[in-house]
Design a protein. Structure first.
Length: 99
């Protein structure tokens, strides 16, 4: 497996993902999103998980906008919306996948 390094040349630590319909982006670098989100969606579909929550945090909204742009281009996404109070508010996005 290829090793990944950050801008200082240090090896990035591997993050173990549980495929349960909740993807917390906090441990990841923004550069990982373009691969991480489509792969996570594919794994959810394999497990027949059709609704997922992506936690991107509130911040300035840069990560949220990147996530939404990736979701707009993903053919498996039926719809998405900002989370409600019970699902993370505007710090999360709820995604509905196509069957």
């Amino acid at each position: 497996m290829d090793e990944e390094y950050d801008k200082d040349g240090e090896e990035d630590a591997a993050v173990q993902l549980v495929i349960d319909g909740v993807l917390d982006l906090h441990p990841f670098s923004p550069k990982d999103l373009k691969y991480l989100i489509p792969d996570y969606i594919a794994e959810c579909l394999e497990r027949n998980i059709l609704e997922l929550r992506i936690i991107h945090g509130k911040g300035k909204g840069n990560i949220r906008r990147s996530v939404h742009a990736l979701l707009d281009r993903n053919p498996h996404v039926q719809d998405y919306r900002t989370g409600d109070l019970d699902s993370g508010g505007w710090g999360a996005t709820v995604v509905l996948l196509k069957k």
